[in-house]
Design a protein around this ligand. Structure first.
Ligand SMILES: Cc1cc2nc3c(=O)[nH]c(=O)nc-3n(C[C@H](O)[C@H](O)[C@H](O)COP(=O)(O)OP(=O)(O)OC[C@H]3O[C@@H](n4cnc5c(N)ncnc54)[C@H](O)[C@@H]3O)c2cc1C
Length: 457
């Protein structure tokens, strides 16, 4: 048995930074990683996908070159081997960087292998036993393979295996019309595949407002992506051309036949193989570890950070979990998860930047509301760039004059949304922006205007 002051399970988005703070505070820390340093974001999530999105954008812009008066000799070609190599390089550099940082960290012991609890302060990694009075679980999640008919009879792709493709599928059927599925759908359409998106719900990304879902659907369909919604009973069968996905939609053919199928129907936490019961750590029915507002589990001395606690599903939320724990344990602070303003982006092109409540959620509060919407056709920067799809909208509380939420579906939306996010984080009235002088020409410059245009519902 080797004893440490702290053990961290998982080198994802919270673990390595936490190791830095704990060791910096003089604690001996073991960090256990079973696979790739950097976790999902670095290896199979944000970094490779956004690198591929950049290649897909280059292809799209090249196809539109004539719109800008740029003459190319012939249609652009996709070299998928080089597209993949570019993503691999970005991933490998980041992964190596995380590993190097950890291995060079004073008082940090890197242990490679799968960690399992033996008790509330003991974990086993292979034949080794490690103990510590503080254990931090940062095990993340993986693609959920749904229990749908025929799933064991056909080859299928997940967000991880998609990244190993060095060919463009002839026809990619994406099961799941949400964040992960839509990013892959658009990028592979731009790489030259036929793409069909099959979604169980009546519209894409149902967590968003109807106008946002519809806006995204319009953007995707304009690029030739077929969208089949209300696919209430999805099943997979082998087909001579690849895979047939039975769709059972009320409209259109009963199945979508593709050469390849991507299952993008959600994620599940990596907690089923942690032996949580041996430590007495509670989890919910879906396996997410139950934590309080400071990320402490029900067992004193054990905390859970990142995707595995179900309180966030993003790199920035995992990282913020690290910040909360470090501030509370090491700086005598009193940070809470509930103080976090929800925010994220969908990296289609144009992207969707989101913060706070949807309009539907704001309505459910029963508060008097103010709303304002502006199409991207009325944003100078978008017009100049020739990228006028989408719109921006904001919803505010009419009495407190605080912003409740916003969406920017449009060019630069992932960046410009921070203008709203910062006001929400500051907790100030929207009137604070009345005399702000934003930079022209930007998408962000329209945020004060959007706020000045707020009207009662
Ligand atoms: C396709 C895709 C695209 C995404 N794009 C974005 C994006 O653009 N922006 C964004 O914010 N988020 C994005 N995400 C989500 C983001 O990747 C995750 O929210 C983030 O990685 C969560 O970090 P984490 O630290 O909780 O866990 P992870 O990054 O998953 O790290 C967990 C680590 O724990 C290790 N581990 C697990 N179990 C054990 C064990 N028993 N013993 C030892 N080690 C173990 C794993 O190997 C892994 O390295 C994307 C996700 C996907 C799938």
């Amino acid at each position: 048995m080797i004893s440490f002051d702290a053990i961290i399970i998982g080198a994802g988005q919270a673990g390595p930074s936490l190791a830095g703070r704990l060791t910096g505070a003089g604690m001996t820390t073991a960090l256990v990683e079973r696979k790739f340093f950097g976790g999902t974001c670095v290896n199979t999530g944000c970094m490779p996908t956004k690198t591929l999105v950049a290649s897909a954008y280059a292809a799209h812009l090249a196809r539109r070159a004539a719109d800008y008066g740029v003459v190319l000799n012939g249609a652009p070609q996709i070299d998928m081997t080089r597209v993949k190599a570019r993503a691999d390089t970005v991933v490998n550099n980041a992964r190596t960087g995380v590993e190097k940082r950890l291995r060079g960290m004073e008082r940090c012991t890197v242990v490679q292998g799968h960690a399992r609890f033996e008790g509330p302060d003991v974990i086993a990694v292979g034949d080794e036993q490690l103990s510590a009075p503080r254990i931090f679980i940062n095990v993340g999640g993986r693609a959920l393979v749904p229990d749908m008919a025929g799933v064991d009879q056909v080859p299928y792709l997940t967000n991880t295996t998609m990244l190993a493709l060095d060919r463009v599928p002839r026809h990619l059927v994406v099961v799941g019309g949400s964040y992960v599925g839509l990013e892959f759908a658009q990028m592979f359409r731009r790489f030259g595949a036929e793409v069909t998106v099959v979604e169980k719900a009546p519209r894409l990304i149902t967590r968003e407002d109807g106008d946002v879902s519809d806006g995204i659907r319009t953007i995707l369909e304009a690029e030739g992506i077929r969208v089949r919604t209300s696919a209430e009973c999805i099943g997979l069968t082998p087909h001579e051309e690849g895979v047939a996905v039975s769709v059972n939609c009320q409209e259109g053919p009963p199945e979508a036949v593709g050469s390849d199928v991507l299952l993008a129907v959600g994620r599940r936490p990596n907690t089923d193989d942690l032996a949580l019961d041996r430590a007495g750590v509670a989890a919910d029915a879906r396996g997410y570890i139950t934590v309080d507002d400071t990320l402490a589990t029900n067992v004193p001395g054990i905390w859970a950070l990142g995707d595995c606690n179900g309180r966030g599903a993003f790199t920035h939320t995992a990282y913020n979990d690290f910040e909360i724990i470090a501030a509370n344990l090491l700086d005598g602070d009193n940070r809470k998860v509930s103080a976090r303003v929800p925010c994220y982006a969908l990296y289609t092109d144009p992207p969707l930047g989101r913060v706070g409540m949807t309009e539907a959620q704001a309505r459910e509060t029963g508060r008097p509301l103010l709303t304002s919407t502006r199409p991207m056709t009325r944003v100078g920067r978008a017009v100049e760039k020739g990228e006028t799809q989408g719109f921006m909208k904001v919803v505010a509380d009419a009495e407190t004059r605080k912003i409740l939420g916003a969406a920017i579906l449009g060019t630069g939306g992932d960046e410009a949304i921070h203008g709203v996010l910062d006001i929400m984080n500051a907790g100030v009235s929207l009137d604070v922006l009345r005399w702000a002088v934003p930079i022209h020409p930007t998408v962000s410059e329209l945020i004060p205007t959007l706020l000045l245009d707020l009207k009662p519902e």
